[in-house]
Design a protein around this ligand. Structure first.
Ligand code: KIV
Ligand code: ZN
Length: 521
């Protein structure tokens, strides 16, 4: 029978250890509320003994997020009384609180970090569990650096802390040392022994990604009996990070046939959660990151687009809507083949014959080379321009004049009056605006908003370089919202101000284009 796997999210503790990713209390609350929507089973909200600020944040999360929910709230303590008291006093407000403590078991930790004997460390752990247990029924014990520990000493420790009252045993691969097969064997043996001692004790794993194997090790542990996985959103965390929650959850769900296990995660909240964590922590998600990267569901090669249009399962194992994204994204680029371009033109109900299409396709390749990504409104403009040049417009419904085109732009960046002047055209009409703003991009977008008659709000603005050196091509991506629908638009240029303006215009035109696209019934 399929097993439920508990998901323990440590974005607010291990994830927050990333340099520069520190959140204030309001931001932590926002992340915690989102993790609740995501339906994680346990939130590790922080390390209360580390600072008064962290203590208050954990306490507020327990009070505001954990008090009306069955979701567990925990926080980290070292195996010392003062740390355990801090955790207790912060998490006790939650409906379902837990104390999590950590103490090393590897020779390196015991001898070099603590300069104590193994027996002394074991006794410290047992006493700490007994003390925590006197405060609250749920206690998790983490055997830090477990994967580099002597197995029989690791087991001796686990047996003793279970006897002292630990309800969850967490086996961390603290330095990302483990390899899947070996780690899986270790988890299999531990699980077998633990369940013989007390079948109610949950066995958990916490894997780091130093060798890029955190997700693989976590999944191998599940395959070998682990009941619980510790993860972070987008895989953030100490050094190379932790196992990414979205990868583990989607692997278990997509390959349920193999793992025979499931989680209670609300998968439709995965992308939302990733975006919130990335923007609040200021940590960009790698574009090709599994599940949450910008390109994770974008198909651009001609061969793939052709295959997908014939049958989606040819190149798609997860439907993007499963994780909360819009439907499949076929990005038209210079690599897109005829099939994808023909299909996009057809979806816009533009009726051209095969001979005309061949000519338009040549124009398309030229445009794609210059513009990098081609949008639906570009196709309208492309086709109509071609037909106009060939005097074939007479029987053709005209749309290209409905789209905005950037004519000219001047932006002045200075500390007192950052200002922008723009000229935009739409068919035969021409518009100008000059505005000041809080910065050059604010001035530019205020000017564009003044002349572009499309109701939209910018939700996200991102700029990155796509080539190296000082002539780097800058890529701007904006996400806008219009009448409850989200649109993503991009533009690439050596002049990042121009790319910013073109991204804005691409977004506006994507909204306009919808008027001309027949709605599906
Ligand atoms: O990596 C680690 O060992 C940890 C423990 C606190 C679980 O983060
Ligand atoms: Zn860790």
């Amino acid at each position: 029978m399929s097993r439920k796997i508990w998901v323990f999210d440590t974005t607010l503790r291990d994830g927050e250890q990333v340099p520069g990713a520190k959140l204030n209390i309001y931001e932590k609350l926002e992340v915690a509320q989102q993790l609740k929507k995501l339906q994680v089973d346990i939130i590790e909200a922080g390390f209360p003994a580390s600072s008064e600020g962290d203590f208050q944040a954990v306490k507020q999360i327990a009070q505001q997020v954990g008090s009306s929910s069955n979701m567990m709230i925990t926080a980290l303590a070292r195996a010392v009384k003062t740390d355990i008291d801090s955790v207790y006093n912060a998490v006790k407000y939650a409906e379902n609180p837990m104390i999590h403590m950590v103490l090393g078991t590897s020779d390196i930790h015991v001898e070099k970090k603590f300069s104590k004997s193994k027996d002394q460390i074991l006794q410290i752990g047992v006493d700490a569990v007994k003390y925590a247990k006197s405060l609250m029924p749920q206690v998790q014990y983490s055997t830090e650096d477990a994967s580099r520990s002597d197995f029989e000493y690791l087991w001796k420790t686990i047996e003793a802390v279970i006897d002292a009252g630990a309800t969850m045993i967490n086996v961390p691969d603290t330095v990302g040392w483990a390899v899947p097969e070996q780690f899986g064997d270790m988890i299999y043996k531990l699980n077998d022994r633990i369940k013989n001692v007390n079948p109610d004790v949950l066995l958990s794993v916490h894997c780091h990604n130093d060798l890029g194997m955190a997700t693989a090790n976590t999944l191998q542990a599940v395959k070998n009996g682990a009941d619980k996985v510790e993860c972070t959103i987008n895989g953030i965390g100490e050094r190379a990070g932790n196992a990414a929650l979205e990868e583990v959850v989607m692997a278990l769900s997509t390959r349920g046939d193999y793992f025979d296990a499931f989680t209670s995660i609300n998968k439709k909240e995965i992308i939302n959660t990733s975006k919130i964590v990335s923007s609040l922590m200021g940590l960009d998600v790698q574009v090709n990151k599994a599940i949450t990267g910008d390109n994770a569901f974008a198909h651009s090669s001609g061969i793939h687009q052709d295959g997908l249009l014939k049958s989606r399962d040819a190149y798609e194992i997860i439907h993007p809507t499963e994780v909360g994204l819009d439907d499949m994204e076929l990005v038209l680029t210079a690599r897109s083949g005829r099939h994808a371009v023909r299909n996009a033109i057809c979806n816009l109900s533009i009726d051209i014959n095969e001979k005309q299409f061949e000519d338009v396709f040549t124009d398309f390749l030229e445009l794609a080379d210059a513009k990098k990504e081609v949008y639906d409104h570009d196709l309208f403009i492309l086709v109509e321009d071609y037909l106009r040049r060939h005097d074939k417009m007479a029987n053709f419904e005209k749309h290209a004049d409905a789209f905005y085109v950037l004519e000219d732009i001047q932006v002045i960046s200075n500390p007192i009056f950052p200002s922008a002047t723009i000229k935009v055209s739409k068919g035969k009409e021409s518009f100008r605006a000059s505005t000041v703003g809080t910065g050059p991009i604010d001035a530019l977008y205020t000017a564009l908003k003044e002349v572009i008659d499309v109701d939209m709000n910018i939700m996200e603005y991102k700029i990155s370089s796509v080539t190296r050196g000082k002539e780097a091509l800058g890529k701007v991506k904006i996400q806008v919202q219009s009448h409850d629908k989200t649109y993503i638009a991009k533009a690439t240029h050596t002049d990042v101000i121009r790319a910013s303006a073109e991204a804005y215009i691409n977004a506006a035109n994507s909204i306009i284009v919808e008027q001309f696209v027949p709605t599906e019934v």
